[in-house]
Write a new protein. Sequence first.
Length: 145
Amino acid sequence: MRRALLALGLGLCCGPLLAQAMAPAVGRLFTTQEERLQLDAQRGNASAGTSGMPGMPAGQAPPAPPPAPVAASETPPPEPVQLNGEIRRNGGKSVVWVNNVPLESSAARAKGGALSVPLPTGGSVKLKPGQSFNPADGSVHEAGR
């Protein structure tokens, strides 16, 4: 009985140490200063030569959304506009996702964290990330509604 308790106690104490010793090394999580400078230089060169989106090959534009079919007798109601998210960089350039399409933007944040989002019909509306605007009735909805 004593031997069983001793074995159980040693297993509980040494088990986590043994598991940690057998785990693979994670390695470096972040870039070195030299790698960071190289990435910044590449980003600067890519944006200076083209007006493409980050992560896309030079000269390639993001795909345009497919046109909605229009009936001859009636005009369809305007589609809702959703602000999916935003990425801001140190250099001042930012990318916003509107209706899952990335757009370059230099829009400044308004009070409360809202951004001015362009509407397809012209004009703009202030939305926070995750909100959508329904042009049919002029209402703003939170994500999931």
